[in-house]
Design a protein around this ligand. Structure first.
Ligand code: NAD
Ligand code: MN
Length: 498
């Protein structure tokens, strides 16, 4: 029996068998071109698997399989209770393969395996279960047209949903899109991030095992400029659900305009503010969560609380608390349950983060971290980093760094804090710490973001929508509202003799 020790996780990793082929029409297949690319473990630079390098031709095949399945109704017209049973079975299969799913994400993109096995993988099972349970509990409408007319307003699946996802939560991003789109009765073609395609491929295999019919859930790994773009421009894709950077989200809007006017739902970047007021009674809890808010998942979180606005009277005390927490969260081998932070996804991202850090050393006050480190002489790791006295217009305070880098900015009044928090092209999330209820409500009200967490950070659940405002995009994942993205409103008007 293996347990939760470093040795046990290392042994599990050594025994893992990894499939890198594309999953199209119910089968693992090579890319049409025969090409592959390496999937790399950023913790040690080792090649984990050869992954099929899908391009436009593979996307065509997957979309054709999805269309055929949609048209013959094998999933789209299946009785709701039967669809529910299959997705519930998938949730169970994820649970019975929890360690494998967690390992795939940890090895592929560097996150802590303990987080993956307690948060990401159970989350995926939970979200599939949640959407499965919703399938036979949502009713449509009858419009109030009066006698002689019966107008039914129903939500119908769109057809083929394309999904393009990032690398920071590979399994959960595939799930947030996939579970809702499948629950609504669509076929799905998922293009996972090239940095971390492995868990999505295994998810597709588990979906088939659960009974999702061939062609209904396809996963085509490949690069953004080839496979991702082909999906965005495809004339037979009805909807494109995207999570990733703002720049690429904008491209998908253009792809739609250049092709078939497919619906596009961008969920993009963030630079989320965390506001600490002096009337917050438990500053230790606030500091614990502020550290989690920026250092969890190596800071590679779209809603990471990367801007810390602290009321000036408590700023120095609070920064001391943050420094202590940063020092206690040094990175380590992602497979070691004792590690507090994992590896950055790849070399490119590591170098990008370090460029911000090096510039920051010239323009702000580095008080923790600030360097790249190795574990056993290898890998992409960055020490948890804090800059104090960052000016509000410094790139450290404006740009999405997507790494473990926190910028501290003092404020003197509630209005100033709100103004600075809102002065961003992004509007994904924000946190507010205060024990003054009126202030909590007043400030939450004024923050132009998709989610405000009061006296916590990153509040998130299956029951609540997640997504942004402004250039954080307008798609919403999670909750029943997410189903609106994957369905169209259809009116069926029947005349009868009253
Ligand atoms: P990215 O935009 O570079 O890539 C995302 C996906 O788009 C990948 O699958 C990639 O292959 C594809 N892609 C890249 N270029 C493309 C192109 N020209 N045409 C079509 N597809 C293309 O983002 P990333 O670096 O993988 O992820 C980090 C970003 O994701 C951050 O900005 C982060 O904030 C964001 N993110 C947002 C959310 C959210 O819900 N709002 C959640 C997680 C991550
Ligand atoms: Mn990888």
């Amino acid at each position: 029996m293996l347990d939760n020790t470093h040795e046990d996780w290392t042994a599990r990793a050594a025994n893992l068998s990894i499939r890198g082929q594309a999953f199209i029409d119910g089968k693992f297949v090579d890319a049409a071109s025969g090409k592959t690319f390496d999937s790399i473990n950023p913790a040690n630079g080792e090649v984990l698997a050869q992954v099929a390098e899908g391009d436009a031709e593979d996307i065509n095949r997957a979309v054709a399989a999805g269309r055929k399945a949609f048209e013959d109704g094998r999933w789209s017209r299946m009785a709701p209770g039967d669809r529910k049973a299959i997705l519930l079975k998938l949730a169970d299969l994820i649970r019975s393969n929890l360690e494998e799913m967690a390992l795939l994400d940890s090895l592929d993109m560097g996150k802590l395996v303990t987080d993956a096995v307690t948060i990401d993988a159970p989350g995926s099972a939970h979200f599939f279960q949640w959407y499965a349970e919703a399938i036979d509990k949502i009713y449509d409408e009858v419009a109030p047209t009066g006698p002689g007319d019966l107008a039914l307003v129903s939500r119908v699946p769109l057809g083929v949903v394309g999904a393009v996802t990032p690398w920071n939560f590979p399994l959960d991003m595939a799930t947030w899109k996939g579970a809702a789109a499948l629950a609504a009765g669509n076929s799905v073609v998922l293009k996972p991030a090239e940095q971390s395609p492995l868990s999505a491929l295994r998810l597709a295999e588990l979906a088939a095992e659960a009974g999702v019919p061939d062609g209904v859930f396809n996963v085509v790994p490949g690069f953004g400029v080839t496979a991702g773009k082909a999906l965005g421009l495809h004339m037979d894709v009805d909807c494109l659900a995207f999570t990733g950077s703002t720049a690429i989200g904008k491209m998908f809007m253009q792809y739609s305009g250049q092709s078939n006017l497919k619906q596009v739902w961008p969920e993009t970047g963030g630079k989320s503010p965390n506001l600490i007021f002096a009337d917050c009674e438990d500053l230790d809890a606030a500091a614990d969560m502020a550290a989690f808010g920026i250092f969890f998942n190596q800071g590679e979180v779209c809603s990471a609380n990367s801007r810390l606005y602290v009321e000036r009277s408590i700023k120095d005390v609070f920064v001391e608390k943050m420094i202590a927490r940063a020092q206690a969260m040094q990175p380590g081998d992602p497979l070691d349950p004792a590690s507090k932070m994992g590896a950055i996804v790849d070399e490119k991202q590591t170098q990008g983060i370090m460029r911000f850090v090096e510039e920051g050393k010239k323009t702000a006050n580095l008080v923790a971290g600030g360097e790249r480190v190795t574990i056993d002489g290898k890998g992409c790791f960055i020490a948890p980093t804090i800059f104090d006295d960052v000016s509000h217009d410094n790139p450290l305070a404006r740009d999405e760094i997507f790494g473990p880098v926190l910028s501290v900015i003092p404020f003197d009044s509630e209005n100033e804090a709100v103004t600075m928090a809102n002065d961003s092209i992004y509007g994904l999330a924000a946190s507010v710490w205060t024990d003054n209820l009126s202030r909590a409500c007043r400030v939450s009200d004024k923050l132009m973001v998709g989610t405000v967490s009061v006296n916590t950070v990153d509040a998130l659940s299956a029951q609540t929508p997640f997504g942004g405002m402004k250039q954080s995009g307008f798609g919403r994942d999670l909750s029943l509202h997410s189903l609106e993205k994957y369905t169209a409103l259809k009116t069926t008007w029947i005349k009868y003799k009253a």
